[in-house]
Design a protein around this ligand. Structure first.
Ligand SMILES: [Mg+2]
Length: 303
């Protein structure tokens, strides 16, 4: 059981940490998306070091525009709000609504899972070797907040949520470990507690070992976890963590989002550079701020 002090380490309150995690997630998405699928060398040639939300990229984004990562989190959070808690059927309808809104991007496994639901109404994808992408892991933050204080509910809801599109033990292990780490940081706990969670995952599944860092940053969930852990444990601020991760390219938006989630949970929203916060699309920022309050209320953690 994670204990949740009202104002964690350094006097940062829970709401500020949750906002840090959620806005940090969206900031990482918007910062990384313009360099998604590029290599480190290509980014260096185009941008030097990418420091700002420049827009463009293969999705031709506006500066500050988020992609499927943040949109799927918001869809999940909306479903939780509508249901007044966790309800997989309601979540499925919200993912379908998002799918029908012609999103700027959608991963293959997410597309296939939502199309299956549309076809037969089933809420769980059958196991598939190809489902070890990071698409279920990336959208789980609302459940990490909703279940603060109830680790058993977190694990159960997370697996249901993930299996809607991704049914693979590596995706499951990553979602549980990243969520557990986020919840620990939201509770104001130390980096050594976070590190113990990473080490626990690696000892259960050696495949996730990130030391030495294998320098792979694709959408394969093992690459994602290794990249996110590597930058998170080898950076000294929110900004440094995000700059390191997006400048590696690859699945830069999802890796950026997940790194921003961890660093934001640790440091609170006040640590997010103002130039990024101001550039983030305003309706997204507003929706996140509103959703954070709803989730904290439902979690019984309103301050
Ligand atoms: Mg994306």
């Amino acid at each position: 059981m994670i204990m949740l002090p009202a104002g964690g380490a350094g006097g940062i309150g829970l709401r500020e940490r949750v906002l840090g995690a959620y806005i940090g997630f969206a900031v990482g998405d918007a910062l990384g998306a313009p360099v998604e699928f590029l290599t480190e060398q290509e980014i260096r040639m185009l941008h030097g070091t990418l420091c700002d939300m420049v827009g463009g990229g293969w999705l031709r984004l506006r500066p500050g525009q988020v992609t499927d990562d943040t949109q799927m989190c918001l869809a999940l959070g909306d479903a939780i709000e509508q249901a007044g808690g966790w309800n997989l059927s309601v979540a499925a309808e919200h993912f379908l609504g998002w799918y029908r809104s012609k999103p700027v991007d959608i991963g293959n496994t997410c597309r296939r899972g939502i199309a299956r639901y549309l076809r037969d109404g089933s809420l769980e994808s059958p196991f598939s070797e190809g489902d070890a992408g990071n698409g279920a892991v990336m959208r789980n933050l609302p459940l990490a907040v909703l279940t603060l204080g109830d680790d058993e509910a977190f694990a159960r809801f997370t697996l249901e949520q993930c299996h809607f599109t991704h049914n693979h033990p590596l995706s499951d292990a990553a979602a549980l470990a990243l969520g557990h780490m986020t919840r620990t940081l939201l509770g104001g706990h130390s980096m050594s507690r976070a590190r113990a969670i990473a080490d626990g995952l690696v000892s259960e599944q050696r495949l996730f070992n990130f030391e030495p860092y294998p320098k792979m940053c694709t959408g394969y969930v093992v690459d994602t976890v290794q990249t996110v852990f590597h930058v998170f444990f080898n950076s000294d601020s929110f900004e440094d963590c995000l700059l390191q991760v997006v400048n590696r390219g690859g699945d830069a938006d999802t890796n950026g989002a997940l790194a921003g989630m961890l660093a934001g949970a640790r440091d609170g929203v006040g640590a997010i550079p103002r130039r990024w916060l101001m550039k983030l699309e305003r309706p997204v920022r507003d929706a996140i701020e509103r959703q954070v309050d709803v989730l904290l209320e439902l979690a019984g953690k309103s301050e």
